[in-house]
Design a protein around this ligand. Structure first.
Ligand SMILES: [Zn+2]
Length: 244
């Protein structure tokens, strides 16, 4: 089962996450600063890939450092120019060491990286190319079909978690947690959402994206770009922005 190491910022920056299946190779989501590389090395993790939830300066400050180690950096195709050239670092007085995006992906893609599969959910609104990454948390594969989002449905031992349950039925969860992890960037926070007043932002598109996340037929543990870790079910009840 993948292990997720959150790294919370010193001062103003995004949350960063190191994700590993085997304790050796890892994926970094949103390296806020060069410090994240040091944190990976301290844990003995070789970060092979960097995934960006979007291109803002406070999420990409460590990209150049990771590039120098050979890690490949990916973002949604629609976000590439923003990440490389218009990340607002200069405007906010926090310039970002230059870097290039090595690969791009699209909504619905399944990214097989370092022995894990991340599903891309495009969630425009905070920026035009914002995404969330969905990561199955349990081992095993459900043989039922169709699977949600065209992907694999994780299955706890002896129990099928194929969803959706009819008529709003209770969503089963593995003991002690959710079956999926969702990295939400600046789309969805604990009891809040990302701002939409920066270039390429759109409140209407954010609304659509939040509705899309709320329609996921299972609960997820949320790993947001800022603030505390949460769950989708908690946000559905407590986050006023999901009640528009
Ligand atoms: Zn942002």
């Amino acid at each position: 089962m993948p292990q997720i190491y959150p790294i919370f910022p010193n001062g103003f920056a995004a949350n960063s996450y190191l994700v590993t299946e085997d304790g050796k190779q890892a994926v970094c989501i949103d390296p806020a600063s060069p410090r994240i590389l040091a944190e990976a090395q301290r844990r003995g993790l070789d970060v092979k890939f960097v995934l960006l939830t979007h291109g803002h300066f406070d999420h990409v400050g460590g990209c150049a450092a990771f590039s120098q180690t050979g890690a490949k950096i990916g973002c949604l195709a629609a976000e590439k120019a923003l990440a490389e050239e218009h990340n607002l670092g200069a405007e906010f007085g926090m310039p970002v060491p230059p870097f290039r995006v090595d690969f791009t992906f699209s909504d619905g893609d399944e990214l097989s990286l370092a022995g894990m599969t991340f599903q891309v959910i495009a969630t425009a609104g905070h920026t035009v190319g914002s995404v969330c990454f969905l990561l199955p948390q349990a081992e095993g594969v459900c043989s039922h079909s169709p699977a949600p989002l065209g992907g694999k449905v994780p299955q706890a031992e002896g129990v099928c978690y194929h969803l959706p349950a009819p008529l709003g039925g209770k969503v089963p969860q593995a003991e002690g947690g959710c079956l999926y992890s969702l990295f939400t960037g600046d789309t969805l926070f604990r009891e809040s959402v990302g701002r939409t007043d920066l270039p390429t932002g759109s409140v209407a598109r954010l609304h659509e994206s939040l509705a899309r996340l709320c329609a996921l037929p299972f609960d997820c543990k949320l790993f947001p770009g800022h603030g505390e870790i949460s769950t989708l079910s908690y946000e559905k009840t407590h986050n006023g922005y999901l009640k528009w």
